[in-house]
Design a protein around this ligand. Structure first.
Ligand code: MRU
Length: 363
């Protein structure tokens, strides 16, 4: 895919989900809705088009949508030649943040870009554009490095032998590259550990069946797809030994928001004494949100549940519900792996306590 870009992709992946073309000031996005059957990229110049692509799930995954927002604001900076630069970035940031409410990475990345814009607003146009591009690239590269660090940390906990279960897609597609929970799995595989992965299909968008299974098999990792409702059956039979998932927002007390279905999996893991773990960059941690109750849950269109690939499966007129995320209480989360280290919400150690023990500020 490198022929699409005037330079090597920052994500280090053969098939990347987001890159920035600095020559044209355009954001390149892989249409993840078409995977694994079709590889199609779109180029975006305007913030509104990028915001729509985020809402429509062309690009998805908490870190990935944050990185996308950073690049969209870099592109906007290149086009904002006159006065009113900061106000334009402010409006752009607001529009991007409104595209999806649960993943805090989006808000975090937009705030970081906005702070950069505030600091450099009086500079010449070329300097502003260069600094904004630099900041967006830093967000991208820092996420890639965070994934690799948390991957190594989490990999130590993956059992050698047996089966690991994961939910949704947390791979290179959902991040700056390498992946969070899939990064843990990739790192464990690279360490020579021998295990199989169950990907829960993840209704209704099927990120597990379409994306995670594909990414893992491309990486040479033994993978099988199960429907979300099969996890309990395999756990009861002792056929799952470890769970690792990603997150869209981790509250100060260690409650974890992630793709709908995660909570049920966590409760089932606890019922069967199987470790339930989460891998996420620190940009997913939201110390301003005290607990899971305060996390906004995106409610998506009921059509996405009523139909599968355009074919209606529920009779017309019947209401379908579609909360896109759920919250797993801290007490079910055995470990959270981040680039800053790991902490144990189930033992009463949320990110708030953890960051205080390290003397860290919130972000
Ligand atoms: O609706 P999506 O596909 O954006 O949801 C993604 C997830 O829930 C992921 O598990 C989460 O963002 C972690 S991605 C590294």
């Amino acid at each position: 895919m490198s022929e699409l870009l005037s330079r090597a992709p920052l994500s280090e992946e053969k098939i990347f989900s987001i890159e920035y073309d600095p020559i044209d000031a355009q954001v390149l996005l892989l249409d993840q809705r078409l995977l694994p059957h079709e590889i199609k990229y779109y180029r975006y110049a305007g913030v509104s088009d990028v915001a729509k692509a985020i809402t429509d799930m062309v690009v998805r995954g908490a870190p990935a949508i944050g990185i996308t927002a950073g690049y969209a604001l870099a592109a906007l900076s290149k086009r904002s030649t006159g006065a009113g630069f900061f106000q334009a970035i402010e409006r752009g940031a607001d529009e991007l943040v409104a595209a999806r409410p649960t993943a805090v990475n989006l808000k975090w990345a937009a705030a970081r870009m906005l702070e950069t814009a505030r600091l450099i607003q009086d500079e010449a146009h070329e300097t502003r554009a260069a600094r904004m591009q630099q900041e967006a690239e830093a967000i991208h590269l820092e996420d890639l490095h965070a994934c690799k660090t948390m991957g190594k940390l989490g990999a130590e906990h993956v059992p050698d032998g047996g089966t690991v279960v994961t939910h949704c897609n947390t791979g290179a597609l959902a991040t700056g590259g390498y992946g969070t929970a899939l990064g843990v799995i990739r790192a464990a595989h690279a360490m020579g550990k021998d295990f199989k992965v169950f990907c829960c299909e993840t209704r209704p968008y099927l990120q597990g069946a379409r994306l995670s299974a594909w990414e893992l098999s491309e990486a040479g990792i033994d993978v099988e797809v199960i429907t979300d409702s099969m996890a309990g059956h395999f756990l009861k039979r002792g056929e799952i030994n470890f769970a690792v998932v990603g997150s869209d927002r981790i509250a100060a007390n260690g409650d974890v928001a992630n793709k709908i279905g995660t909570y049920g999996l966590a409760v089932l893991c606890r019922a069967h004494d199987v470790p339930f773990t989460v891998a996420a960059p620190w940009s997913t941690v939201d110390l301003e949100t005290p607990n899971g109750e305060a996390i906004p849950i995106e409610e998506r269109s009921s059509e996405e549940v009523a139909t599968i690939f355009g074919k209606r499966i529920v009779a017309k007129g019947i209401v379908c519900r579609h909360p896109a995320f759920d919250v797993t209480p801290a007490k079910y989360v055995d470990y959270v792996f981040t680039e800053r280290g790991s902490f144990r919400p189930a033992q009463g150690e949320g990110p708030s306590l953890f960051s205080r023990s390290l003397g860290l500020k919130s972000q």
